[in-house]
Design a protein around this ligand. Structure first.
Ligand SMILES: Cc1cc2nc3c(=O)[nH]c(=O)nc-3n(C[C@H](O)[C@H](O)[C@H](O)COP(=O)(O)O)c2cc1C
Length: 355
């Protein structure tokens, strides 16, 4: 009988529970399903533009059908994969009209929300729409990714079931100011024990820089119920990440030095859609080095455009966490999970010496 809250919620998962977070352009229905099939929990990257007719909505519909076919789950049953939504775009007001019908059709077991519009009730509204649509046949758990304790408190007030504690080692977008999971997870754990929340079933998932089973054990020791490994699954065989990005991640070592948190990763592509308190971590590439040498943003953007036109991928932004140095090969998702579990076991056995 499972006692881990995530295993209770998601009975197909094995211990330790490892999630593949939703990652745009990388996590498709195949990867999400294969992660689930191997005892993890895969999240398909869903829409971020909820305007009726937006192609990301049709793609989400398609990817969930793919996942269901791979897992051979009857249409009437909950699909044991999750869906992640980015929620910063003003079109999120259309969620009930465009996003929800896809969820009702496919019945994913979990929803993952990230980046509400500042000073808004975005997540509260989405969660209440999902709860209102839930019934005995479909009642998904809702996770909110948070980078600090204030955001965790807000997510709990909004009605989240689970908190993804995202530390600053994470690849991709994140709070510009934050801490690593080493202090974030215990402080969020303490929050969930406050009188106001202690009678609620709340799961904590640690994410950020976790690419090895020993880091999984560390996260569990900090108080997490499971982990998310993003960068590790970017280089899974089934991922739709660009081949050049996978190569760059595999060749990178020493993640603290070879990755950097910066706004430039967005600005270099002329992208200003993420709200102010967010930046992102990616590999240190030519654009970052040029910025350090004093090259202006306009000139730097021009260099990227010229490279893209010439089919040169060396200036591409490669989002990645500090765990890159622990990732050395492309493997099927199932193999990544098997190895992670074996590493975790080995790490636990080493710890027994301290018991
Ligand atoms: C390429 C890439 C894309 C990502 N896209 C999303 C996304 O669409 N939604 C989201 O909630 N998080 C996204 N993230 C962040 C992950 O949810 C997670 O916090 C992160 O991958 C954990 O750190 P790690 O990469 O070091 O394992 C992305 C991360 C990466 C590396």
């Amino acid at each position: 009988m499972a006692t881990n809250i995530l295993q209770t919620w998601f009975p197909t998962t094995k211990s330790p529970v490892v999630m593949c977070p939703p990652m745009f352009m990388s996590v498709n229905g195949i990867l999400a399903a294969e992660v689930t099939k191997a005892g993890g929990l895969g999240f398909v990257a869903g829409a971020w533009d909820f305007t009726p007719g937006n192609p990301t909505l049709a793609d989400l519909d398609e990817q969930l059908s793919v996942a269901r076919a791979i897992l051979a789950i009857p249409d009437s049953d909950t699909l044991p994969v999750g869906v992640g939504f980015l929620t910063f775009d003003p079109s999120v007001v259309d969620f009930a009209v465009t996003g929800l019908p896809i969820l009702r059709k496919h019945k994913p077991a979990a929803i993952w929300l990230f980046v509400p519009q500042p000073d808004s009730t975005t997540h509260r509204d989405i969660i209440s729409v999902i709860r209102a649509a839930s019934d005995k046949s479909w009642s998904p758990k809702v996770f909110v990714q948070v980078g600090n304790v204030a955001a965790a408190r807000e997510a709990l007030e909004d009605g989240a079931d689970g908190l993804v504690a995202q530390g600053v080692d994470a690849g991709g977008h994140q709070w510009a100011q934050g801490s690593s999971v080493i202090s974030l997870v215990p402080e969020i754990k303490a929050l969930t024990r406050e009188k106001k929340y202690r009678d609620r079933d709340i799961a904590i998932v640690a994410a950020g820089g976790i690419s090895h089973g020993s880091s999984v054990v560390a996260a569990l020791a900090l108080g997490a119920d499971g982990v998310g490994m993003g960068t590790r699954f970017l280089v899974a065989e089934e991922a739709s990440s660009k081949l050049s990005a996978r190569d760059a991640i595999i060749q990178s070592t020493d993640g603290g030095a070879s990755t950097v948190k910066s706004l430039l990763h967005d600005h270099i592509e002329d992208r200003y859609i993420f709200p102010g308190p967010f930046d992102g971590r990616a590999l240190v590439g030519p654009s970052i080095l040029d910025e350090r040498d004093g090259v202006t943003l306009a000139e730097n953007q021009g260099r990227l455009k010229a490279a893209v036109s010439a089919g040169d991928t060396s200036r591409d932004v490669v989002w990645a966490g500090t765990g890159v140095g622990l990732i050395n090969e492309v493997l099927p998702a199932a193999e990544i999970l098997d190895r992670t579990r074996a590493e975790a076991l080995e790490s636990l056995q080493l710890l027994q010496a301290f018991a």
